[in-house]
Design a protein around this ligand. Structure first.
Ligand code: PGA
Length: 250
């Protein structure tokens, strides 16, 4: 039985005060969430602050990315081992904004994935196609390339303690959500790819959907057999909406 995970990706948003308010809003409504695991991924600089705010709540903490380097002369980078020190459980890797705006290639994402696993953190590996790729009928190829980049280098065992997030690029922050059928098709395909290598790992893999998930559309998506939660951007910035999505996973 896979426990749903609803993870908030706060991206480049928040301040000390707005984050305190958001976390206290989430904590106030937390008792209604029965089954889903909740996680929040603030900007690096707020990890310590949020770690304190989450104390005793059972909500997990995550980082939005990490370096593909371990340490050294890499100005501006943050290593997986560093986020580990702030009680992080998760690290988002390969988000489409990292891939498309900051040039993270499949190879770079795979290296980051390995650093996360090595530090006994759980990677949330994001995959997804652009609108053009979908229209050209390349969805499956793009996603298998993104997953195979990790599989080929590190093998299926690296996925033992991982989460995958399917995030169609055309649905991120656009208000255009994938239909439950469209999302389920891709999620099933991802599980089959893993299943061909290891049945247990595939069966236990949590595959999240991300892209304009809101309380209004969450239930139908989360009812699909291969959708095990959500990676939430915009709606994770409002306590009520974030909890609303978690309730849909109940
Ligand atoms: P969105 O973002 O929910 O605002 O579409 C999702 C994501 O980028 O993880």
């Amino acid at each position: 039985m896979r426990q749903s995970l609803v993870a908030g990706n706060w991206k480049l948003n928040g301040s000390l005060s707005s984050i305190s308010e958001l976390v206290s809003g989430i904590r106030e409504q937390l008792s209604s969430v029965k089954n889903a695991e909740l996680a929040v991924c603030p900007p690096y600089i707020y990890l310590s602050h949020v770690q304190t705010l989450l104390d005793g709540s059972g909500i997990s903490l995550g980082a939005q990315d990490c370096s593909d380097q371990e340490n050294g002369a890499y100005t501006g980078e943050v290593a997986a081992a560093m986020v580990k020190e702030f009680a992080c459980k998760y690290v988002i890797i390969g988000h489409s904004e990292r891939r498309h705006i900051y040039g993270d290639t499949n190879e770079k994402v795979a290296t980051k994935f390995a650093h996360v696993v090595k530090n006994r953190l759980t990677p949330i590996l994001c995959v997804g196609e652009t609108l053009q790729e979908r229209e050209d009928g390349h969805t499956e190829v793009v996603i298998s390339k993104q997953i195979n980049a990790v599989l080929d280098l590190f093998g299926i065992e690296a996925f033992k303690n991982a989460v995958i997030a399917y995030e169609p690029v055309w649905a991120i922050g656009t208000g255009k959500v994938a239909s439950p059928t469209q999302a389920q098709e891709v999620h099933e395909e991802i599980r089959l790819t893993l299943d061909a290598q290891n049945k247990d790992i595939a069966a236990n893999m949590r595959i999240l959907y991300g892209g304009s998930m809101k309380p209004e559309n969450a239930k139908e998506l989360l009812q699909q057999p291969d959708i095990d939660g959500g990676l939430i951007g915009g709606a994770a910035l409002k306590a009520e909406d974030f909890i609303g999505i978690a309730l849909a996973a109940n």
